[in-house]
Design a protein around this ligand. Structure first.
Ligand code: NAP
Length: 253
């Protein structure tokens, strides 16, 4: 990458949680950041934090599982910020239920956002990375990829993202593009707060109980993941590709 190569990053699901922390961190690292989320207005808060700190960002509304919206979003990002060379596929939803109660819609929604969304975004962005002969793709997997009760849909999608990541690494490596997955353990966000509510626990008690099972004796925070993504999208990480980095405060069984 030369100084002329645009340092433009796209972060999906950037309105809150891990995506917001990652967008803010990448902006601090010197990237112009497109904060993609379902509603453009939802990304304004992240954009304001970036611009207040002297960075450059735009909020872009798009459903990552919708091919037309993805194409329009990338077109706008290229026009307003420049061609992206970093993509973080972070947008995600939960539709947890035991298998016998899981609806077809619960299954399809999770597959569409995580797997189809990562596919559509990667396909749209890789063209610009190939043109630049440089790129960094990071997909958000999860410790749930190893299997988790009540998450047949989510576990399958997050394990699928690991295979997707390794395939992108093999196909795109010759164009200077790396692809890696980050698989977080328990990170305190709205997503885990919603899980606490679903199982009828207060969030503080839920986090405390989770921390007893984590070797570093705390739950994760979005910055733990942002820091890992920052490394994986750095120029110096060009020989790290096709990897799954579990960021979970310890090894997983
Ligand atoms: P979060 O707080 O729920 O944020 C997810 C963001 O994604 C929201 O802003 C959401 O928008 C957006 N989003 C959902 N569907 C979308 C779509 N179709 N198109 C565009 N944006 C969409 O979640 P998080 O905890 O930060 O998690 C971020 C990623 O990390 C997810 O992929 C998640 O599966 C993964 N992860 C999280 C944990 C954890 O412990 N938190 C652990 C492992 C993996 P709305 O607000 O409009 O819904």
């Amino acid at each position: 990458m030369t100084e002329q190569t645009p340092r433009v990053a796209v972060v999906t699901g950037g309105a809150r949680g891990i995506g917001a922390a990652t967008a803010i961190r990448l902006a601090a690292d010197g990237f112009a950041v497109a904060v993609v989320d379902l509603e453009e207005a939802a990304g304004k808060d992240t954009v304001e934090k970036i611009t207040a700190a002297g960075g450059r960002a735009i909020a872009v509304g798009a459903d990552v599982s919708n091919a037309e919206q993805v194409a329009a979003a990338i077109e706008r990002i290229v026009a307003e910020l420049g061609a992206p060379t970093v993509l973080v596929n972070n947008a995600g939803v939960l539709r947890d239920n035991l298998l016998f109660k899981m609806s077809e819609n619960d299954w399809d929604t999770v597959m569409n956002v995580h797997l189809k969304g990562a596919f559509l975004m990667s396909k749209a962005v890789q063209k610009h990375m190939v043109d630049a002969n440089y790129g960094r793709i990071v997909n958000l997997s999860s410790s749930s990829a190893l299997g988790n009760r009540g998450q047949a849909n989510y576990s399958a999608a997050k394990a699928g993202l690991q295979g997707f990541t390794k395939t992108l690494a093999k196909e795109l490596g010759k164009f200077g593009i790396t692809a890696n997955a980050v698989a977080p353990g328990f990170i305190a966000t709205d997503m885990t707060a919603a899980t606490a509510a679903r199982v009828g626990m207060g969030f503080e008690d839920f986090k405390a109980a989770a921390a007893t099972q984590i070797p570093v004796a705390r739950v994760g925070v979005p910055d733990d993941i942002a820091h890992t993504v920052s490394f994986l999208v750095s120029e110096g990480a060009g020989f790290v590709s096709g990897q799954v980095v579990y960021v979970a405060g310890g090894p997983l069984d």
